[in-house]
Design a protein around this ligand. Sequence first.
Ligand code: PMP
Length: 449
Amino acid sequence: MSVAYDFDAVSTTTPNDLEAFWMGFTANRAFKARPRMVARAKDMHYFTPEGRPILDGSAGLWCANAGHGRDPIVQAIQKQAAELDFAPTFQFGHPTAFRVASRIAELAPGDLDHVFFCNSGSEADDTALKIALAYHALKGQATRTRLIGRERGYHGVGFGGTSVGGISPNRRFFGSLLPGVDHLPSTYDREKQAFSKGEPEWGAERAEALEGLVALHDAQTIAAVIVEPMAGSTGGLPAPKGYLKRLREICDKYGILLIFDEVITGFGRLGFPFAAERYGVVPDMIAFAKGVTSGTVPMGGVIVRKDIYDTFMNGPEHVIELFHGYTYSGHPLACAASLATLDLYRDEGLFERARAIEPIFADAVMSLKGKPGILDIRTVGLVAAFDMAPSAEGVGKRGFKAMEVGFHDNGIMFRVTGDTIAVSPPLIISESQIGEIVDKLSKTIDAVM
Ligand code: PMP
């Protein structure tokens, strides 16, 4: 498959340009020696500047859930840019922001019915943590300042999110981070969970570690627990059966707020608007981003329970209820993109579709079980992760090589962490494209083993 391509745009990328951009979470030197560049995208594919199609096995960066270049979203952004390019949402407003907040609240479970906007997952997580602290303070429980994350959790790169996050390379070199932070153990155990489809049977008992932290510190010092229903960045680790429910019970028992980081799992990735619905557990806050605009315009936010919002609205008479917000909170282009995206998800039934094809996807990816060097395959919703045995050159080398071979030789983009390949295609993927992904992965894995 090839498309017409504007080569003028390519010729503007000079070697100098390659130098100037310091890329995040990237091996810059290796990238600049052999760039993996895309210049266009449509539906399930990226296209290199030369027009070579790359099958999008990662929905960009877990975000393009509706696929790429979707006309209604593109048109909505264009129209909004022409009509209202920017408006502040501090002390002023514009209608689209209110409309999209209502739409998101409608999708959220239970009494999660107010939305605070920001621009990314990192901002969403830091916002949720700050709301938790301010909420307790307003309720006269200012001693509740301790925040609890989880080993192998990823909550973005702000100082709050980095502190509750449990990925050591992300924390190293950044000083002492926030004080008063603890981590629950990861729920992953290869021996007990290898090659699981959906939620592993084993692991709910790991929630009991929260009781241990309460015993250690006293509940009156703990503000909130933040977890991803499925830890994406450390290799697609779904919550074991019953784990989130148990966390909810313990949080309720001690007045601790429970925050779900649904930056990846929100908007259909696990076959539901939010994973909270899949697990039948209603948290106190949901942090979201990515899929809310299908990745087209940066947007994130936090959905909070009515009681939390009311606490601020009924609090002492301040001029401003919460001294927090971002210049681009509820940006008109993001809001327009989001409304069009949510319409598309609804009109095309994409969440239901993800749910319906989950078993087909799971069977397809599990067909790679037994390949030499594959230590584990996990899959839940439209996420699959493949742990490869590290090479003698060191941890992560094989994963990096797989990414290069996948892109340059086999025409597929996927995400790699260490020696784990993560796959999370747009929800519009067809059955034959699932087969294509598995085929390309199979070839890639063979090449690097
Ligand atoms: N939380 C989770 C669970 C994520 O997966 C990510 C991004 N991958 C973030 C937070 C941070 O989002 P962003 O990169 O938009 O800041």
